[in-house]
Design a protein around this ligand. Structure first.
Ligand SMILES: Nc1ncnc2c1ncn2[C@@H]1O[C@H](COP(=O)(O)OP(=O)(O)OP(=O)(O)O)[C@@H](O)[C@H]1O
Ligand SMILES: [Mg+2]
Length: 498
């Protein structure tokens, strides 16, 4: 009985197991079906993606081919171009390093790209050249625009002139990361320009020299004929004046003797015969006796003055002294003033000019005396001209003299001489005329420059003076003047010319 029950129990359990298995088989079948559907769907998706990827790969390959083509084209241009091309990378820290150096650049600079790539401008061009080039790159960076400039660079000891343009390349953020330079050689053009400039300069120099020679010829002709005339006149006057001056002493002695004789006669014969008394009254014997010595004295002063003038004339012309000699500068100035006395002492329409001499203690100066006197003459004549120009005589009041600005002025020429350390003398001639305007001052020493009316000024006085001082004496001639406050000309020359 118990066995039957156990069998029944087992049968029940088996039947339950069978139905469980059946149920699970169904579920498994459903799951399998779902899985298959999903796999199919995924496979479709993958196929589509695969197709898209393949299309992309084809497109990428096409673009790569195109890029290669472009790169090839650019490289041909880069290396085939006869102009020099170079590329410089701008590093994060602002330093520059070459990253491209075309074949033409290699040929022109005789530096291979392997020697240059990765190097800084200083590494390639040396400290000085490199710094100059770096400066250009910096200004291109700062401006952010292409720049073009001419430069002279030295590669392997050879100077080359080039016209360079630098183009900045910017990244997507606008930062300049690279500079591309192109350079054209312009050495030949520069050489031609330099040659042309030199030729022009040579021509200008030749023209200048010609003008100066002409000017010197005219001036020296003028001065030599003036000098000859002055020397001739001085020589002619010299003899008769000496004759008069020399005899004046004797004449004076004789006259003193005669007067003594007459006085003694009058003493011894206080009452001469009437005929003699009449004659004495007629000729005013007492006055003659009194006046004669005075008269002789003034004749002596006059003759003395003529002798001084003659001496000055001879001094001024110094025809016999073509060589350097040690001379007394003050004597030269004084004799020049003497010659100009007729213009200094005043005329009916012009007041006398006061000449103030402030002569220093000067030793003898080694110079061409005649030429130096010529300089004094030119400067003094200009000063007198300037003073006369600045005065206007008011027609109503003949005595009142005013400057052009209507101020009362007393005409003055101040001559100062001074010994300058260590071995120089300075002669300054200043007038209180109208002064010199800036535009005239700039051209003062130019040959043929004159503001005076035609026929009055040749415009050579100062230019010849400048030459005499600077070239013949190694000195300086300077003008210190402002419009309205007179003019001063300062001559500085060495004491000796060794
Ligand atoms: N002391 C001065 N004051 C004002 N201007 C002056 C003076 N000296 C020279 N100048 C100016 O400089 C110019 C040039 O002087 P420069 O002596 O060379 O020629 P010039 O006097 O005109 O002619 P010249 O050949 O007869 O001397 C003058 O025309 C005058 O304008
Ligand atoms: Mg002059």
């Amino acid at each position: 009985m118990q066995n039957d029950n156990e069998i029944n129990e087992s049968c029940n359990q088996l039947s339950e197991l069978a139905s469980y298995c059946f149920r699970h088989q169904q579920t498994l079948q459903q799951a399998d079906a779902e899985l298959e559907r999903r796999v199919e769907e995924r496979t479709r998706e993958l196929l589509t993606k695969n197709e898209a990827l393949q299309a992309e790969i084809v497109e990428y390959q096409r673009q790569q081919a195109q890029l290669q083509h472009k790169e090839q084209f650019l490289r041909t241009v880069y290396n085939g171009c006869e102009h020099l091309i170079f590329v410089v990378d701008v590093e994060e820290d602002g330093d520059f390093r070459f990253t491209g150096w075309s074949l033409a650049t290699e040929r022109a600079t005789r530096l291979s790209s392997t020697e240059v790539i990765g190097k800084t401008p200083e590494d390639v061009l040396g400290a000085v050249g490199g710094a100059a080039v770096r400066q250009r790159y910096v200004s291109c960076l700062e401006s952010g625009k292409p720049i073009t400039y001419e430069e002279c660079l030295t590669f392997q000891g050879e100077e080359t002139w080039s016209l360079t343009t630098i183009n900045p390349l910017k990244d997507s953020e606008g930062r300049i990361y690279r500079l591309v330079g192109t350079t054209v050689h312009i050495t030949e053009r520069i050489q031609a320009e330099t040659q042309l400039k030199q030729q022009t300069q040579d021509l200008e120099k030749a023209l200048n020299e010609l003008q100066q020679t002409q000017m010197q010829l005219v001036q020296s002709e003028k001065m030599s004929s003036l000098g000859q005339l002055v020397a001739g006149v001085a020589h002619e006057i010299n003899n008769p004046v000496n004759f008069i001056y020399g005899n004046l002493t004797h004449a004076n002695d004789y006259i003193q003797d005669l007067i003594r004789f007459v006085k003694l006669y009058q003493q011894l014969y206080p009452h001469p015969i009437p005929q003699l008394e009449e004659l004495a009254a007629e000729i005013d014997l007492e006055f003659v006796i009194q006046d004669l010595p005075k008269l002789l004295n003034s004749m002596k002063i006059g003759a003395q003055r003529i002798r001084e003038i003659v001496l000055s004339l001879r001094n001024f012309s110094r025809m016999d002294e073509a060589d350097m000699k040690e001379v007394d500068i003050h004597q030269g100035i004084d004799s020049t003033l003497m010659i100009l006395e007729h213009r200094i002492k005043g005329r009916p329409d012009y007041p006398a000019i006061q000449v103030i001499k402030e002569y220093g203690n000067l030793p003898l100066v080694e110079c061409y005396a005649g030429q130096l006197n010529q300089v004094f003459m030119n400067i003094l004549v200009n000063a007198i001209d300037a003073i006369e120009e600045s005065f206007v005589i008011l027609a109503s009041k003949k005595s009142q003299i005013t400057s052009n600005q209507g101020q009362m002025t007393s005409p003055q020429i101040r001559i100062r001489t001074q010994l300058l350390e260590p071995n120089q003398v300075m002669i300054s001639i200043a007038d209180n005329g109208l002064g010199i305007p800036k535009e005239v001052k700039q051209r003062l020493f130019d040959p043929f420059f004159s503001t005076k009316p035609i026929g009055k000024g040749t415009g050579m006085g100062l230019s010849i003076s400048y030459q005499i001082i600077s070239q013949k004496h190694g000195g300086k001639l300077e003008c210190i003047s402002q419009l309205g406050s007179g003019a001063e000309f300062a001559i500085t020359i060495p004491l000796s010319q060794n």
